[in-house]
Ligand binder design. Sequence first.
Ligand SMILES: Nc1ncnc2c1ncn2[C@@H]1O[C@H](COP(=O)(O)OP(=O)(O)OP(=O)(O)O)[C@@H](O)[C@H]1O
Ligand SMILES: [Mg+2]
Length: 441
Amino acid sequence: MMEVPNRDNTAMPQRIQDAVARVRRNAAGRWNVIVVATLLALAFVLWGGLALSSAAIGAAAVAVWAALWPDVMLSTAMAEFEARRQAKDAARAAGARIWGEMVHALPNPTLVLDAAGTVMVMNAAAVELFPGNGTGRHIALITRAPELLTAVDSALETQTVQVCRLDFKVPVERSLAGSVVPLNVSDSEPEDPQLLIVLRDLTREDRLVRMRADFVANASHELRTPLASLKGFVETLQHAAKDDPVARERFLKIMQQQAERMARLIDDLLSLSRIEMKAHVMPRERIDVGAIITHVAQTLTTIADEKPVTLEIGVLPQAVVLGDRDELIQVFQNLIENAIKYSHAGGRVSITGSVVPGATPGSDKLAIAISDEGPGIAPEHLPRLTERFYRVNAAQSRHAGGTGLGLAIVKHVLNRHQADLQIESVVGKGSTFRVVLPLKN
Ligand SMILES: Nc1ncnc2c1ncn2[C@@H]1O[C@H](COP(=O)(O)OP(=O)(O)OP(=O)(O)O)[C@@H](O)[C@H]1O
Ligand SMILES: [Mg+2]
């Protein structure tokens, strides 16, 4: 919490300080006046007549009053000043408490500094950013970010709002936007709150902007490739292959494949954005996962036979999960299709299921593993596999008709189902993609 410093007499207005000094300087003289006046009055009472002694006592009383008057005035002024100072200190303490409460309630890293640049208060988010207790220390001792220190100096000097951007490389890479705001509170002292620093983490925002830009670039690139090929074949059919029925047939077939590829890409993109829009709504249908897998495997028997690849479905537990039927079909369709597509001819794809007991009652999970004996995936690719358009071998995947969006869709669907995707792979031996879904009890 913010500290209100105690003040000494040096904080008194100059007028009162001068008066105090003057009164102290003249104290001896005043006491001399009082003693002399009293002695003279006594002398007149002892040796003078009644009228003379009365006049002398009156004159002495006036002299004593005049001598004591500065002390009376001074103590009144000092009492007044003390009362005003106490009221002001109480107001400052209340203000400091409100500042402290407000800053601690803010979610962004926030600090309050005095006119010397000393940190008066910093909230938990600021402590996390600048570790250690920085309260009571100069801002330059808690951060060495030159942009922030320059902004603090300029804000104190010019009393205008300063903005800056901070890029930290360690301990983790992060970027922050800082606003340094002079508080301009009237009647404030240098040791009162003078500057408010509010920082905003831009790391997530930057990443989203970069991802959006990458996504637009990737999507246009993926669409442009088949489109350019279509345009090329249309021109060839109009000119060179105009009268060649064999070439025409061949080209039309390729054109059809390219058009289908574009349609699939657009379908996948739409599907992804539909799933993203529903991301925060937990699906509620009761789904028999075993039945879904049997259905998907049946629809894929043709491509498995074409390869050829043996598709084996083990005994799956009779288990119900809460989910979205169409989306779960998409998940298993892509995973089983990948296993078949990337397998070597003559390979085997197996699907097995088990119930994984949870640590607490009601937290059991259903794990479905899809394993192949294909080429496997090198470890450096694994973390990026579920990114949109990420392919280990783009040419091979494109050739196989892939858009590179399959696993991105899988990940989004599973996130919505509060489920996990675990990938294990050994290059040259094969891969296992495991879907772990929470079981409905
Ligand atoms: N079972 C697997 N074995 C080896 N590599 C795989 C396997 N599954 C996926 N991959 C790799 O992961 C990449 C991404 O897979 P993903 O399903 O997202 O895209 P895709 O299969 O290329 O296209 P799509 O699924 O959109 O038709 C693939 O291009 C491939 O390189
Ligand atoms: Mg795929």
